[in-house]
Write a protein that binds this ligand. Structure first.
Ligand SMILES: [Zn+2]
Length: 275
């Protein structure tokens, strides 16, 4: 465990770059969007008129915002599932146009162009997973419950089962989330990650998830983490913890759309590409 943690601490860091010009201001992962034409990856900025909380808004407002975000990003379809801090992951390939919500799940998978996957977060980690060889992707919502119960493993396994993805081909980025200095937790939380001291302390969810990904044979060179902390950077992001539970939610999004300007390297438009 100690050896693996030392490895994950050395992985690449990246600050998603702010795009203030978008109707929903947002932070986007430049390295992926440059390396994989057609990929759109990021999180929205915290603003009152850009709250993606499913429970804090009327269903109509929530749907309008999801639709607004996906059309702003150039996607005809979006998928979001009701999140329950579990380990369920669901396929979202069937959404051709409009909005799809495949029940309760904390992770979504797709292997098609034109569908935008969305999870909502405020401190929990948005886990972006991409297989550029197969045009497959997954987006997970990982709080301490989901992370300790193994949602990352479930996501990686489901990509393998559904689309034939191999861990060696996966790229993983952990987006804006509460950092290890800000996140004080009780002993039962630390115990769920194997801590045997029986004491309360601090938890870095992204460290834990990166360790898990390394243990699943995802290459360290294909993994990165955001430098943003939702609690330290509360003027930009919603923080559930930092606001004593009053905060809204950001939308984290991942999708593959037709590359603009016919740029090479992207997948063919509208086709489901299975191995
Ligand atoms: Zn912090």
């Amino acid at each position: 465990m100690t050896t693996v943690r030392a490895a994950s601490a050395a992985l690449a860091e990246e600050s998603e770059r702010r795009h203030p010009e978008e109707p929903f201001p947002q932070y986007r992962l430049r390295s992926w969007e440059a390396a994989f034409p057609g990929v759109i990856c990021g999180v929205t900025e915290a603003r009152e008129d850009a709250d993606f909380g499913a429970s804090g808004n009327s269903a109509w407002t929530f749907l309008q915002r999801v639709e607004g975000l996906s059309s702003q990003l150039g996607f005809p379809a979006a998928a979001w599932a009701r999140q329950v801090h579990g380990v369920e992951v669901r396929r979202a390939d069937d959404v051709a146009e409009g909005f799809m919500s495949p029940g309760e799940a904390d992770g979504l998978l797709a292997c098609r162009v034109g569908a935008l996957l969305i999870v909502t977060v405020a401190d929990c980690v948005p886990v972006f997973i991409l297989d550029p060889k197969r045009s497959a992707m997954a987006l997970l919502h990982a709080g301490w419950r989901g992370a300790s119960a193994g949602i990352l493993r479930r996501g990686v396994e489901a990509l393998g089962t559904e689309y034939g993805c191999r861990p060696q081909d996966l790229h993983i980025h952990l987006g804006p989330a509460i950092c290890g200095r800000c996140y004080e937790v009780g002993r039962e939380v630390l115990a769920s990650f194997g801590d045997a001291t029986g004491e309360a302390g601090r938890l870095d969810l992204r460290d834990e998830l990166l360790d898990q990904a390394l243990a699943l044979d995802v290459p360290g060179g294909q993994m990165s983490r955001s430098t943003w902390c939702t609690s330290c950077d509360r003027d930009r992001f919603h923080s559930h913890r930092g606001s004593q539970g009053a905060a809204g939610r950001m939308a984290a999004f991942l999708g593959w759309r037709d590359p603009v300007d016919g740029s090479p390297g992207g997948p063919a438009g509208g086709q489901i590409r299975l191995p």
